[in-house]
Design a protein around this ligand. Structure first.
Ligand code: COA
Length: 258
C-alpha cells in the first residue's frame, strides 16, 4: 500500500500521509515516499497550491515511528533526522504554498512536518505536541527551531520541555495554527483557501514565499533588500502587467505564471 496518496484536482495537489492503522506514524518508507512525491511535483503552473493531511479520522501523524526508532544507533538516528529535515527544506523551497490540514493528532515529527508547511489549519479534534522528552530525546525534524519561530522562543521552550499536548483552540491562541474548523469541514475549508491562493499570480506567490522564508534568517535590512529586489523583478513579468491592466479594466486578472 502506498504510504502517500496523491490527488491532483485542478491546480491543487493533496498529499495524504497514509498509514492510518499506525496513526500515520512516520517511518523511513513513508518519509521516502513523501520526499519522492514532493520532488515529483510539476514545476509548471499546473500546481499552484499543495495541501498535506493525514488519512483516517484520528491523526495527521502521531509522530516518528517509535518502533522503528527504538533500536537506532546514533548514526541511524542522524540519517533519519536528515531525511526529515530534507523534507522540511523541500517543502519550504517549493515555489507554491503548502497548507497543513491537521485532522487529528499532530505529535512530534507529525507536528514538525506541519510546521514546515506555510501554515496550519486544524480540525476541532486536533491535538498538537512535541512530546519527544517523554521518550528521552528531542525533536529531530526541525521542531526546536520552527516552533520557536512560529510561537516565540519562550513558548517553544515550554512546549518542548514539558511535552504538553495542546488542543486546537489552545494552539490557535498562541499562533501555532491559523484557524480551527469543525472536523467535517476541514478539508473543504482548506481546499477553498488553496483555490483562492491558486487564483493569484503564481510568480508573486513564489516570491512571497521565498522572501518571507529567507528574510527570517537574515538581518532586517538585508531582508528588506530581498523584498525590494523581488518586488522589482515582478515588474518584468506578464502577470504584473495583466494584474494591473485587469484592475484598470475592472475585470478579474488571468495570471499565467510568466
Ligand atoms: N510510532 C509507532 N506507532 C505508533 C505511533 C508512533 N509514534 N503512534 C501510534 N502508533 C501505533 C500504536 O502503537 C498502535 O499500533 P497497534 O495497533 O499495532 O498497537 C496504533 O498506532 C494505534 O495507536 P493507539 O495508541 O492504539 O491509539 P490511541 O488512540 O490509544 O492513542 C496516541 C493515540 C497518539 C495518544 C498514542 O498512539 C501515542 O501516544 N502515540 C505516540 C505519540 C508520540 O510519542 N509521538 C512522538 C514520537 S517522537
Amino acid at each position: 500500500m502506498a504510504t502517500i496518496l496523491i490527488d491532483h484536482d485542478d491546480t491543487v495537489v493533496t498529499l495524504t500521509l497514509n498509514r492510518p492503522e499506525k496513526l500515520n506514524a512516520l517511518n523511513a518508507e513513508l518519509l521516502g515516499e513523501l520526499a519522492a512525491a514532493i520532488n515529483a511535483l510539476p514545476t509548471d503552473a499546473s500546481v499552484r497550491c499543495v495541501i498535506m493531511t493525514g488519512a483516517g479520522e484520528k491523526a495527521f501523524a502521531a509522530g516518528a515511528d517509535i518502533v522503528a526508532m527504538s533500536e537506532f544507533t546514533p548514526v541511524q538516528a542522524k540519517a533519519f533526522a536528515d531525511l526529515g529535515h530534507g523534507i522540511g527544506r523541500a517543502l519550504e523551497q517549493l515555489p507554491v504554498p503548502v497548507i497543513a490540514a491537521v485532522n487529528g493528532y499532530a505529535l512530534g515529527g507529525g507536528c514538525e512536518l506541519a510546521l514546515a508547511c506555510d501554515f496550519i489549519y486544524a480540525s476541532d479534534r486536533a491535538k498538537l505536541s512535541q512530546p519527544e522528552v517523554n521518550l528521552g530525546v528531542i525533536p529531530g525534524f526541525g521542531g526546536t527551531q520552527r516552533l520557536a519561530r512560529r510561537v516565540g522562543e519562550a513558548r517553544a521552550r515550554e512546549l518542548c520541555m514539558t511535552g504538553d499536548t495542546l488542543t486546537a483552540d489552545e494552539a490557535l491562541r498562541i499562533g501555532w495554527v491559523n484557524a480551527v474548523v469543525p472536523a467535517a469541514e476541514l478539508l473543504p475549508k482548506v481546499r477553498e483557501v488553496a483555490r483562492k491562493i491558486a487564483s493569484k499570480g503564481p510568480l508573486a506567490i513564489a516570491a512571497l514565499k521565498r522572501v518571507i522564508a529567507r528574510g527570517a534568517d537574515v538581518p532586517l535590512a538585508t531582508a528588506n533588500e530581498l523584498e525590494a529586489t523581488a518586488f522589482a523583478a515582478l515588474f518584468g513579468t506578464h502577470d504584473q502587467r495583466e494584474g494591473m491592466r485587469a484592475f484598470a479594466e475592472k475585470r478579474p486578472a488571468k495570471f499565467e505564471g510568466r
